[in-house]
Design a binder for this molecule. Sequence first.
Ligand SMILES: Cc1ncc(COP(=O)(O)O)c(C=O)c1O
Length: 492
Amino acid sequence: MSLKALDYETLNENVKNCQYAVRGELYLRASELQKEGKKIIFTNVGNPHALGQKPLTFPRQVVALCQAPFLLDNPNVGMIFPADAIARAKHYLSLTSGGLGAYSDSRGLPGVRKEVAEFIQRRDGYPSDPELIFLTDGASKGVMQILNCIIRDQKDGILVPVPQYPLYSATISLLGGTLVPYYLEETDNWGLDVNNLRQSVAQARSQGITVRAMVIINPGNPTGQCLSEANLREILKFCCDERLVLLGDEVYQQNIYQDERPFISSKKVLMDMGEPLSKEVQLISFHTVSKGYWGECGQRGGYFEMTNIPPRTVEEIYKVASIALSPNVSAQIFMGLMVSPPKPGDISYDQFVRERIKISQKRYFNSKGILESLRRRARIMTDGFNSCKNLVCNFTEGAMYSFPQIKLPPKAIQAAKQAGKVPDVFYCLKLLEATGISTVPGSGFGQKEGVFHLRTTILPAEEEMPEIMESFKKFNDEFMFQYGDNFGYSRM
Ligand SMILES: Cc1ncc(COP(=O)(O)O)c(C=O)c1O
């Protein structure tokens, strides 16, 4: 019998080869256990609202009015919605050609792209051109669109940090390209050593790979580090010398927990470096409404900004974006609101600030603020992991994750082999069965040979955190006892 195109045997091999561990074996097992009635703590994906984070009020009011514009005609609307939310909803509706039910331009609404450009300009102190900003359905779609433009065949290589967020490995496999890994230094708080980059490029070239682009995730996922300005300069210089496009994944730019390590955008550092670099390095920067204190993952709003990309290429990217007609229009409005939130003097400002709490503005200190709470949760987790037998963990400077190293005893590695599991998958499955904590094994992000990790988010509710860490520690210490912990490893 002849096979058909969607029979498994004949599927596109790139589809079969691509892996996405964040929703992999652990997640599937956790979902099964949940169906069986077990309480599961999903720490596998950075999805804050799923773990109880409340939406910010103002953006939801504005989008609610845009979704239900007939409310604007109701004489009592001012009794339910503040005047600035009403004004903002009218503003966004005026930017559309037919409200939220109409496709927008495939690059996004020009008025929102202008707001994004103004935000970038305020953030970096350099001009930003709305024509070089495309709105996307989450940052993921933007990353996929750009990788699609770069990867021509399997000889094209993309430098990706290891450990990395598997959007990159999965998309590169799907597009039939080659991932060229460069290792982050765990003992140097997951810093990036340019010598490692050089070695990775040299090795790839010796195998006939044309390295075309480099990905940085800043702040890092799963590693949580913020790249220093000096490091970013080295990276940009490296990209210039090697003629690489830099893909700057900056989706966690609002999630910063250490004042001495602020977020600095790649675009700002590039512009600060001046000519010739500022006119030569091709840079694409990504951002989203899914992270930060917004955490609006389900809305699917994102953008990318292109720097030093020739107009003819921008046209081609536009053409390809137009195949999907239009990014989600309500998500574009979320993006507009994220980059132009209420200002001092606006009716909703105080409430917005109370909900947001900027960690850099101590005068707004409030124990319930989202970012302050995330910073405390990052501390509780790091300290909790470091108090466990055979675990070491760097502090989360930014993003939403903790990535402890697990020094697995040889007996545990042996037991994993016998069970037909990768050792860290074995550990994480045991953890899930014993405690209901659903994590992602480090092997899903890449790690050095023989070194094991797991990734959790720092998102569970703050009041539940001590209990979660206690149950984690109990499991871990019993696991280490069961598989024998006298195997000669010492703490790093
Ligand atoms: C590093 C990184 N980039 C991109 C994304 C995708 O975000 P979005 O929801 O905007 O597609 C994520 C999501 O977790 C991420 O961690």
